[in-house]
Design a protein around this ligand. Structure first.
Ligand code: CLA
Ligand code: PID
Ligand code: PID
Ligand code: PID
Ligand code: PID
Ligand code: PID
Ligand code: PID
Length: 312
């Protein structure tokens, strides 16, 4: 297709730059400017809306392309192969073309709102400047091809199941865990701290397991889960906590996407995350809330998972 052909040209223009970026740099975990969690959540919300509007088949293909690209990472900078670089660009171009232009510009503008204007120039200073310019020129040409192939209207929303076993179980889970949820500090910057005693190349392998799980999920249910998160963001209070009803809808939606993949795929994520997460991390989270409420939430979760497993 046209976007695939354009991605090859984009690769010619941008792979030198890709090789020069230090993808393992811990700096990418930092906020791109002042830490403003509620404004950052707005930007994430725009991405969630764009994801919810995207064609599920093309999202799945993009996740598969990322998984393949992680498999060809080499060298100290963590760069993928030229062929996989092109395949990721093509896949993302197709995802972008599957949503109306305004959805994409909403993401761009909201990310710009939380980005210090000095950040792009600083990023450029870490690579060969001429190669960055060449890559950007390639991107500008690529985006014209994407725009030419872009849809003008959002597709149908997801169909949301109701009255299913997971929906019923989500009510009990949410009742058991909402007190705990309200005690978590959602506006903390602790979630942007590096995980102790691990490396970017190890973490990317754990993220790869999530990408694989995402690529196997039912596309309609994933879209529904994104919609539920968008709605939940709309009901947060000053501390970032969503309403009890929206929390319940999120739990139900996540339970359904978990049930849509095999158990082993879920356990691969759990085991890979456990391998890069030092025990001090959950202990630290636990120390900041009422322990009885956390234990009640955990108990609710272990009951919920049996229902999920029963329809998995
Ligand atoms: Mg989420 C999970 C935040 C958008 C899909 N997500 C998580 C949690 C974290 C989070 C709270 C990971 C850390 C953890 O396990 O803590 N998500 C989060 C934010 C946003 C977001 C802030 C931004 C809007 N997510 C989002 C979107 C999607 C997902 C758009 C796609 C639709 N997310 C998704 C999945 C999963 C998460 C599939 C998980 O499996 C993971 C998770 O929650 O695993 C348990 C602990 C979790 C909480 C504090 C949340 C309440 C959880 C339960 C139900 C009760 C608590 C049990 C216990 C006390 C702690 C867990 C024990 C552990 C051994 C499992
Ligand atoms: C400017 C001035 C003009 C010239 C110009 C110009 C530049 C415009 C630009 C630009 C626009 C632009 C847009 C970019 C957009 C990037 C969007 C990224 C989206 C990320 C998402 C992430 C996610 C996920 C995902 C799916 C999940 C949800 C999420 C489901 C259902 C200024 C040059 C024209 C770069 C969507 C993918 C996993 C949140 O206009 O004079 O330069 O760049 O998890 O959804 O699972
Ligand atoms: C524009 C203007 C509007 C019209 C419009 C428009 C277009 C927007 C577009 C577009 C946005 C867009 C985004 C694209 C992004 C491509 C990103 C590619 C990333 C590839 C990576 C590969 C890799 C890896 C990997 C992980 C490794 C690092 C790597 C570690 C730690 C402008 C049309 C709406 C195409 C990251 C995955 C293996 C490098 O908005 O008027 O057209 O395209 O190895 O990580 O090792
Ligand atoms: C300039 C002037 C214009 C021309 C121009 C220009 C240049 C702009 C530039 C540039 C922008 C730019 C941006 C870059 C962005 C790279 C982003 C990389 C992200 C990598 C990540 C990696 C990671 C992980 C991971 C998970 C870990 C955390 C991490 C945990 C818990 C100035 C040329 C347009 C290069 C996210 C995935 C392993 C961090 O605008 O005239 O030149 O470059 O380890 O999670 O550990
Ligand atoms: C233990 C011991 C036994 C008792 C036991 C026990 C506990 C097991 C547990 C547990 C397992 C477990 C699993 C959990 C899994 C969480 C999985 C999260 C996945 C996140 C994803 C994120 C993403 C996306 C997304 C879609 C995108 C891709 C991504 C597309 C196409 C130890 C109690 C049984 C918590 C997939 C969603 C946006 C990457 O076994 O004695 O306690 O928890 O962006 O895909 O867009
Ligand atoms: C298990 C054992 C295997 C069988 C199995 C199994 C099950 C795994 C499961 C499962 C995993 C799982 C995960 C669930 C996660 C739910 C997470 C809910 C999160 C809700 C949030 C709500 C909110 C917001 C929001 C953003 C705000 C904060 C909030 C800020 C900055 C165990 C079946 C495979 C259910 C985060 C979105 C508005 C709080 O593996 O043998 O069954 O379920 O307001 O952000 O303010
Ligand atoms: C313990 C012992 C067992 C019993 C047990 C137990 C407890 C475990 C616990 C617990 C685990 C736990 C985990 C918690 C996790 C919370 C995760 C929250 C994530 C929030 C995010 C928010 C954000 C943003 C956002 C984007 C911004 C950055 C942020 C930028 C660029 C010990 C009870 C099982 C609570 C990610 C989205 C706005 C950070 O196991 O016997 O008790 O709690 O602002 O992006 O700024």
């Amino acid at each position: 297709d046209e976007i695939g052909d354009a991605a090859k040209k984009l690769g010619d223009a941008s792979y030198d730059f890709a090789k020069e970026v230090d993808w393992n740099n811990g700096i990418f975990l930092q906020a791109p400017g002042k830490f403003q969690p509620l404004k950052a959540l707005k930007a994430i919300d725009k991405m969630i809306e764009m994801g919810a509007a995207a064609d599920p088949k093309l999202l799945k293909a993009a996740a598969e392309a990322h998984h393949k690209a992680i498999g060809s990472i080499s060298g100290p900078n963590g760069v993928t192969s030229r062929a996989d670089w092109d395949a990721v660009n093509a896949a993302l171009g197709r995802v972008v073309a599957s949503v109306p232009k305004a959805k994409v510009m909403d993401v761009y503008n909201s990310v710009k709102d939380i980005t210090d204007p000095g950040v792009p120039a600083y990023m450029k200073s870490l690579v060969n400047g001429a190669d960055a310019e060449k890559a950007y020129a390639g991107f500008l040409a690529f985006k014209d091809v994407v725009e030419k192939n872009q849809v003008t209207a959002v597709g149908a929303p997801a169909t949301v199941p109701s009255g299913d076993k997971i929906g019923v179980a989500a009510k009990a889970l949410s009742d058991a865990s909402y007190p705990f949820l309200k005690e978590v500090d959602w506006l903390s910057d602790v979630y942007l701290k590096p995980l102790p005693d691990t490396t970017a190349s190890k973490v990317v392998k754990a993220i790869d397991k999530m990408i694989v799980m995402g690529s196997q999920m039912d596309g309609n249910l994933l879209k529904a889960a994104a919609q539920a998160h968008h709605k939940a963001i709309g009901s947060i209070d000053a501390k970032g906590v969503t309403s009890a009803a929206d929390y319940e809808a999120v739990n139900a939606a996540i339970g359904r996407i978990v049930a849509s993949v095999p158990k082993a795929t879920v356990m691969d994520v759990y085991n890979a995350m456990a391998a890069v997460t030092d025990g001090s991390v959950p202990n630290n989270m636990f120390s900041k809330v009422n322990p009885l409420d956390a234990v009640a939430a955990a108990k609710g979760f272990y009951t919920f998972k049996d229902v999920v497993e029963s329809v998995q």
